[in-house]
Design a protein around this ligand. Structure first.
Ligand code: NDP
Length: 464
């Protein structure tokens, strides 16, 4: 600290997850004096208890199905594949440790000062780190979120998604509560690894917010695969009988399982930050209130990533962190766009989506819906149930602009990344049609859907 430089840091970042690490690293690369604190693990939820270990488990589950399917193509002696859970745990945890290490080394490599402890506000420019108090010109909160448990008797008998990654052996019977991303993904991967899975959710369909037709297909596919799907169910109590968890639903239904997983959403992890010491306002639900530049009500304090509860996805968080670093220190003021953020759910088969659903488009005005449903070539041979593909384009009537694309089927997330470039850039159905397909692929269907399946949203146009 000096008279010309009144703070210890130009930027102090609280939280070493996807958003915070990107912001700190790029800011330091631009020449800023940066400090960053992380109390639990570098890389945050995504690297340690989210996207990365989850995807490794999804991939492990895929091999089981492939081994079974291979027989249909003439492979022999594969009829009794067995999965060794401890091997998966070992390779998964090694990869997580490798990536988490890269995150912390990257920060040290660009000269950021790294604090492995909890950070707490003690004033608008001051943060306590254990015994030490540091000051910064700008402070950014990037502490992410934490799973929520329904407040019912016996809730502490249930696990949350973080706990799933600590299991030493495969659970035999699993009840998953919640039909969102985590509920659907963990149902599919645990079923694929050999657990008996029941998925219970309180709506009539899983994946609220996704295109309705995709949600219907998700429910059908999960059930066809062998998962017990229980729509319209809300747990009211869990008890322990011997080693068995007995979950009672509001409907009166009782489900017995070895573990119960609550996949019932996440909330911003602001507890313990002592936001009041800096005078920072939160929205309802503890999310930090920010403007379009991610500034809080205190002009030099910002918040990014899941703690703002906007689009709670890793690539969104890193994009916002990067844009913020460029704006603060790179002489390139810019904002990451929250429009048309592509999404994926790693079920079996997976789901991916970008832009407006059919229902959202219909509220805006007339739209043409193009759909195709088919059995992928592989499964015309294997005849595996629950592996149909649905692809769907939502097109603005008149202009032909593609407003949304949705898919459930093998490789959906891999395909959707490319389709998202077209949607983000406002390409039209005519431009898709003028593109030659790659044959034989499922992806060629994106450019060969010639006749609209239906037209929606006429009423919206009249109302407007
Ligand atoms: P979601 O918000 O996706 O889903 C929560 C589910 O729990 C919903 O079905 C919700 O029902 C239900 N629910 C909420 N409260 C209760 C309750 N008290 N009793 C019964 N059911 C309840 O949350 P997740 O936990 O699945 O995931 C958290 C977030 O993490 C996601 O929203 C996403 O942002 C991110 N994520 C992203 C992934 C990806 O990109 N592939 C993977 C995993 C997580 P209702 O619909 O009625 O509210």
């Amino acid at each position: 600290m000096s008279a010309s430089h009144p703070y210890d840091f130009d930027l102090f970042v609280i939280g070493g997850g996807s958003a915070g690490v990107r912001l700190a690293r790029i800011s330091a690369t631009h020449g800023a004096k940066v400090g960053i604190a992380e109390a639990r693990f570098w890389g945050g939820t995504c690297v340690n208890v989210g996207c990365v270990p989850k995807k490794i488990m999804v991939q492990a589950a895929e091999y089981g199905a492939w081994a079974e399917d291979a027989a249909a193509f003439g492979w022999k002696n594969l009829d009794k594949p067995e999965h060794d859970w401890p091997t998966l745990v070992r390779v998964r945890d090694m990869e997580v440790a490798r990536l988490s290490g890269i995150y912390s080394r990257m920060l040290a490599g660009v000269g950021a000062e790294v604090f492995e402890c909890y950070a707490q506000f003690v004033g608008p420019h001051e943060v306590r780190l254990g015994e030490r108090v540091v000051s910064a010109a700008r402070i950014v909160i990037a502490v992410g979120g934490t799973p929520v448990r329904p407040e019912i008797p016996g809730a502490d008998l249930a696990l949350i998604s973080d706990d799933l990654f600590t299991l030493k052996e495969r659970p035999r019977r699993v009840l998953i509560v919640g039909g969102g991303y985590i509920g659907c993904e963990f149902s599919a991967l645990l079923h694929g690894l050999g657990s008996e899975v029941t998925l219970a959710f309180r709506q009539s369909l899983p994946l609220r917010g996704f295109d309705h037709e995709i949600r219907e297909m998700a429910a059908e596919s999960l059930a066809a695969d062998g998962i017990t799907v229980l729509p319209g169910e809300t747990p009211v109590a869990i008890t322990l009988e011997g080693e068995t968890r007995v979950t009672r639903m509001a409907s009166g239904r009782v489900v017995e399982s070895d573990i119960v997983l609550f996949a019932t959403g996440r909330k911003p992890a602001t507890r313990g930050l002592n936001l009041d010491a800096a005078g920072i306002n939160c929205r309802e639900g503890a999310a930090i209130a920010v403007d379009d530049d991610h500034a809080t009500n205190i002009p030099h304090i910002y918040a990014i990533g899941d703690v703002t509860d906007r689009v709670n996805l890793t690539p969104m968080a890193t994009a916002v962190g990067h844009a913020m670093a460029d704006s603060f220190f790179g002489l390139k003021p810019r904002r990451a766009s929250y429009e048309n953020v592509p999404k994926a759910v790693f079920t079996a088969p997976p789901i991916a989506s970008v832009g407006l659903s059919e229902e959202e488009a219909a509220l805006r005005g007339p739209a043409e819906i193009y759909t195709t449903r088919f059995t992928p070539m592989r499964h015309t041979i294997t005849r595996r149930a629950g592996r149909k593909t649905l692809m769907k384009l939502v097109v603005e009537a008149g202009t032909g602009v593609i407003l949304g694309a949705h898919m459930m089927g093998e490789d959906a997330p891999e395909m959707m990344q490319g389709v998202a470039v077209a949607v983000v850039n406002g390409l039209t159905k005519a431009q898709f049609d003028a593109t030659i397909g790659i044959h034989p692929t499922a992806a060629e269907e994106w450019v060969t859907m010639r006749v609209a399946t239906r037209r929606v949203g006429e009423g919206a146009a009249k109302a407007a």
